[in-house]
Design a protein around this ligand. Sequence first.
Ligand code: ADP
Ligand code: SF4
Length: 689
Amino acid sequence: MRDPSYDILFQPVKIGPVTAPNRFYQVPHCTGMGHRYPKSEAHLRGIKAEGGWGVVSTQETEIHPTSDITPANEARLWDDTDIAALHLVTEAVHAHDSLAAIQLAHNGLHTANRYSRCIPLAPSSAPVGSDDPVQARAMDKADIREFRRWHVDAARRAKSAGFDIIYVYAGHDMTLLQHFLLQRHNHRSDEYGGSFRNRLRLFQEVIADTKDAVGDTCAVAVRLAVDELLGAEGIRCDIEAREIIEALAEEPDLWDVNLSDWSNDSQTSRFAKEGYQEAYTGFVKSVTTKPVVGVGRYTSPDTMVRLIKKGHLDLIGAARPSIADPFLPKKIEEGRLDEIRECIGCNICVSGDNTCVPMRCTQNPTIGEEWRRGWHPEIMTQKAPPKDVLVVGGGPAGLEAATSLIRGGSNVVLAEAGNHWGGRVTRESQLPGLSEWARVRDWRLGQLKQASNAELYLESPLTASEVMEYGFPHVVLATGSYWRADGVGRTHRRPLAFLDNNCVLTPDDVMAGKLDTDRSTGPIVIFDDDRFYMGSVLAELAVATSRKVVLVTPSPVVAPWSDHTLEQSRIQKRMIDLNVEIIPSSRLENLVNGRLTIECVYSSRSHEIECATLITVTSRLPNDTLWTELQEHRDHWPEAGIQSVERIGDCLAPGLIASAVHSGHKFARELLGGGTEIVRREDVNVQGL
Ligand code: ADP
Ligand code: SF4
């Protein structure tokens, strides 16, 4: 039963001509599926509705070939042929009595139109937002009329696809309507440029057009960036955003307000905590009587209630919390708070869209797999009889495998060598800014500790003979990996002999506290060939020793892969703010008596720097000794009663925590259901071939 203090979250909210059944609002978010994987998209959205989200939105939906953000997989309503794919989404959402929302988008100068090769459109002539050598052309009045017509056509198509809420979108520095609002993009001297009223004109016209076209049965929502964190260069919540909302206060049926650009809107837990948008969006409800939705990585029902009661929001917006746990509302409704799988704010979900593939999530391995693998986040399909399974290793892979197996009815014994659960997640969550990552461990451990079919043993390093002796029919090894100390990685493909006799630490050493006991006083040099978060996080830790810190990387910038998680510029800024000396585009050449020779990756020119301690962040090796030993005894497995031995997670191939969780989950599904590697495809159409 739910706690009555949460009743307020389950009140219906009227939004223009439609009514949301509760206050849980899945705001538009990308999935990396869009028009290219429509069945996957529809299934993902349907699961959210099943999980209790009263409103479920699509991602941005391109309204015309002049708004083509290929290769990203967004939704499309270029013409009537796109309606059927989106109808799949509304059907899936309506099947659970939720409202379906669509975020219509014209991307203006944000996009280079790589596929359609249309000339991008903008208020004024300007280069596009990407690095493409493409310029957008200034729209004339005929273009503006055409754009308004396209938006109306798209709104009508959205209505016929069955959507209940239709967005007019001016956010993320990604849309033509926002570009017209902004002085830095709009240099026009006609009635669509110059004064505030003129810059507002097109936005106001499009809201009115949309209401006229579909407002009889559909709610018209506005998504507006209320602050860009750019100071006077951009929209500020206390000046321009307030003026815009005051001017248009009652015109839309709903205000969906957030920060811009995307990296400010979807900040990671390393840089921002739950509720980080409140200071910017808090004013909106005082300016309009229309319902307001906002986001801030909300996972706590108490925080949600507080936001409603203090009149900050009417609807609790969520993208990432709804990805990490599509059943978050249902779990609150049914009083199952300890089952909520909280988002850890890592933005691996965002990396899916940014690399143009279906999304993935560290906490929820089933996201993106709803249609193609048939995975449901709450149901473990159990086609084969429950099994007795020994899981070796209690990191993310082992914990996920064990949790999924017990949910499918199997009996699990989980043995962990160390004196704590969580493996790398526990170690890494103690690094600067990563504390929320411990939620990966905590959710799984919470489930396992309550289960009668799980036995958990710490301080149990298992040997091959012990595994053979126990004779579990199924054994899964989740024994993890360790960081290499020999320099091998993407840049140096062979071991660096000069590292042997020097003071070299790996990330494992640093996490084990060896930097604290290092008596050297000279500079700490971090060689980051991993290129994601670890190098810069260790640099933050190293700065705390008060020694000089230098970060050497073969890349031109620090942590380039973190661009996909929207963190790169924040990481670079943090390194600069902490006075970490950054030496880009360089590899290691030699280390003698505290002098490190580094070499430019382009010119091979080298120079020496002082280095008292070198931390190499290069690559990892699987911790697969147990696997190798068990293979040696393979002939004796049957007499020991062992039917299968598998490897999962980092001990199979070191990777992201999200990959380890996915690997553990996949193993459990396959053991329970006899599944295979094969995924259903929808990117091929063999009809007529
Ligand atoms: P993954 O990301 O694949 O889950 P981790 O490195 O986070 O990998 O976790 C692996 C865990 O396995 C560690 O906590 C480690 O202590 C444990 N482990 C490694 N070898 C053994 C073993 N032989 N017996 C029990 N536990 C082990
Ligand atoms: Fe949250 Fe990370 Fe999952 Fe995204 S990938 S929803 S940020 S846990």
